[in-house]
Design a protein around this ligand. Sequence first.
Ligand SMILES: [Zn+2]
Length: 374
Amino acid sequence: MGKVTIIKNGIVFNAVNKAFTKKDVYVKDDEIIAEEDIEETDLLTEWDAKGSYVAPGFIDMHVHVFENFAQIGINADKIGINQGVTTVVDAGSTGYKDYAQFKDKIINQHTTEILSLLNVSATGLVEGLDELSAPEKLMSERAWETIKASELAIVGLKARMSQSVVGNQGIRPLEHARKLADQTDTPIMVHIGSPPPPLNEILPLLKNGDIVTHAFHGKKGGILDEDGALIPEAHEALERGVKFDVGHGTSSFSYQTIKRFKENYSYPFTISTDVYEKNFEQPVGSLMDTISKLLAVGYDLEDLIESVTILPARTLSLMNYGSLEPGKKADITMFHIEKKDRELIDSHGEVMKVNQRLIPQTTWKNGKIVYQRG
Ligand SMILES: [Zn+2]
């Protein structure tokens, strides 16, 4: 005997065939089940989702939530469940030195599920934002092996490879990250920005399953050449299975870049915010705002929902996430689409007229309602 909630009348996203259909969703305890799995003794209740889109819980794979400890951070539930995001991945705010604090003060204190891409620097963003500027700042192989084996919330490594972070270290911090990642067979998320090191040194070090965040920034030395074609190293990286990720952030998302990319290429990518307190209001907004911006650029809603559900789940090997198939976790994001003219900016302050905006309605985590719009 158990409790089953039947979510009725919603427009449900099927992550496997990437389509919306009107159907019921069955939640038993913390799991999605099939209709035929309902037992006679189960207690049934109905939930009316009329007018809502019903999607697998959104995953934002690049945020900063080490609030009050790292140099940048924001409350995890404010940008998590309250925005329809059931799982966030903190991308490198903490290194191994402060991970115990991060677990105690952040992971264990919020309803939003918090995973970590551990900074390849031992100190992460706690002692400054030039965390890879000297060899002694790097995490040792032994420290990595130990923490990776014991902490399930650590899903990979983060290496910020731009001039202000690496100083005169060039490509060396990434070579070190490569060694660590190969040791444990985990992905590396690489932040790209202003060179050095240049992309033609960074990208060849990445393998199938690694992630390039800030992929669509508008700075010099990005993934596209002057004609809007992918530079050869970016094209080769995508072909061997390296994943591109938005990572909007303060200075890393450009309408111009994404429009040119869209004109010429159809490689799927993941959508993340790189959100923290100072960029939350402007220019980033929530994950749903970031999706709304890409909707205005011309992407289909189906592609965009895939980019915050099954794609990040696969990229991070989160097997029970990102889909509403029977057997998966009952993490559910319900949203509306508000049809109203608005303006949303990118990281360069460029304005986009947006006439459809995703608005979070109800968020379910592990089968329970954890946020409802007032
Ligand atoms: Zn970031």
